[in-house]
Design a protein around this ligand. Sequence first.
Ligand code: ATP
Ligand code: MG
Length: 648
Amino acid sequence: MSENHVYPVSAELAEKSLLTNEQYLADYAASINDPEAFWGEKGKILDWIKPYTKVKNCSYDPGHISINWFEDGELNVSANCIDRHLASKGDQVAILWEGDSPDQDQSITYNELHKRVCQFSNALKAQDVQKGDVVCLYMPMTPEAAVAMLACTRIGAVHSIVFGGFSPEAIAGRIIDSKSKIVITADEGRRGGRPVPLKANVDEALEKEGTDCVEKVIVFKNTGGDVAWHEQRDLDWETITAPQSEQCEPTAMNAEDPLFILYTSGSTGTPKGVLHTTGGYLVYATMTFKYVFDYQEGDIYWCTADVGWITGHSYLVYGPLANGATTLLFEGVPTYPTTARMSEVVDKHNVTLLYTAPTAIRALMAKGDDAIKGTSRESLRILGSVGEPINPEAWEWYYDKIGNKSCPIVDTWWQTETGGILITPLPGATDLKPGSATRPFFGVQPALVDNEGVILEGAIEGNLVMLDSWPGQMRTLFNNHDRFEQTYFSTFKGMYTTGDGARRDEDGYYWITGRVDDVLNVSGHRMGTAEIESALVSHPKIAEAAVVGVPHEIKGQGIYAYVTLNSGEFSSPELYAEVKQWVRKEIGPIATPDILHWAEGLPKTRSGKIMRRILRKIATGESDQLGDTSTLADPSVVDQLIKENAEL
Ligand code: ATP
Ligand code: MG
């Protein structure tokens, strides 16, 4: 299909970018041949309080998994994200905030950010928050979220952010697992014109058994909405912060001291409490931000992810700020109050670098040109995608419409566990193929293995693994090193298992085919979900699709496809036949769906990923065994699908 469709790097782009292909190839080879020397040098992208003398000390040996980078160095994350920029760019905007409502915004300079973070750090200290204590953040997308994160890092507290849309049960589960001592929240958040009851959810969470590790709840007054108040426990943000000193000495942290805990999205099962540490994580987030987005002075960078996701950690806050960039933080949703809001925000703030997710792109694409109505998007220079495989159809739309056919797209593959981007194009270096995450970042050694763990060579499909460590790799699952080893290092010995499948083409480009657990086996042919879904989405009337395998008497597994149509389109027996024929023509008879399920919506995680494990249960009539649904964005979608399935 579009595999042959290549978008080469133009001479002009190579010229004005940080890296050319020749430099990429040379540096990549150096990073693999001598990781010690490579990262020893690159670690200097940060300011160290005590320079490291050791660079890499990692073992993937069964029973002894241990990962250490820069292990005798000392540094502070907030000092790297703020203090070191003050002399040269104190008056530059660090955080550009755009409210849910288009008439609300704020510009916070590095000087101002420094003041706010220091004051809040002192306020936390006054509440006896000490180095190593876990602080749970359940925040709206306002600058205070970033201030709270940075303040934790300044005093060595470990943050555990819970996405502001999660339920009281989900909050309680994460508080208990991480043993949080403090919760930081707001009265309410705002999204798409509606208030989000943050404080009320925290109150409810803290009624649950096992949450008595929490001593205090700090509440930021955001909307001014009415909330219950527990005199013994609740503290008003402003009241405890305003009297504090505007200076707070950053705590020297060892490179391997814990930085944060973050739970995975739960697409494949119960969320895992991923632990990242200080030095390697920040080196890797800083390096990848710089080269993947080709960051240059004057750029206005916008990542649409919520702070509650790893993308919001590495590429909304830490990566951009460590580079001294201006990062835009958006409280709202891409389609409120108008379908073109995302493009409007780009124009309003002259955004040059835009990073978003396929789920958002597909939602906009389904609206057609309304998504860009009245906007020019001329400021844009580079586009990014993360979270799921981006279907070539959505890629082309993003490129043509949002990017005016002039911005390279970096399709970045990575995970909560990886801390930063592992497989990605680099703007001035990598010729693009829509749907491919292309090549590894420096120091990253991907490989494809068969189910026995044998490394496969050449153009082939297999299980995606990493052969060696990179600085941003997770160190353990919080308080559960056994599950860590079991989940990531036991399937294939001596390698990091990603859980994703991928194909490598003749140019060495990687194409993520989907979760290994989701792979279909139809008449002995193994097929990833991504390819069939992309074929479906390339049909002009289809907005979104998800396929799962169901038992089939003859073929072993049959293909059950959930299909959502573009707004204004309706299902019919003719369309049913046409869509089946379409996939047959796009991929081949083997990939023809057996069942099409016209769906009004698909079950997604709060970060926008399709939850195929739930779709599989619905397709096979086992809807009484849906598993962990705590991270589902809209549970009513599931009821609707069960109803539709019964009527098929
Ligand atoms: P859980 O591990 O709890 O099931 P999750 O895997 O959805 O949750 P994340 O760490 O947020 O949690 O997501 C990482 C996954 O997202 C990757 O393993 C991959 O499947 C998918 N992904 C992310 N970026 C891309 C991309 N550019 N192309 C293809 N897939 C991607
Ligand atoms: Mg995962």
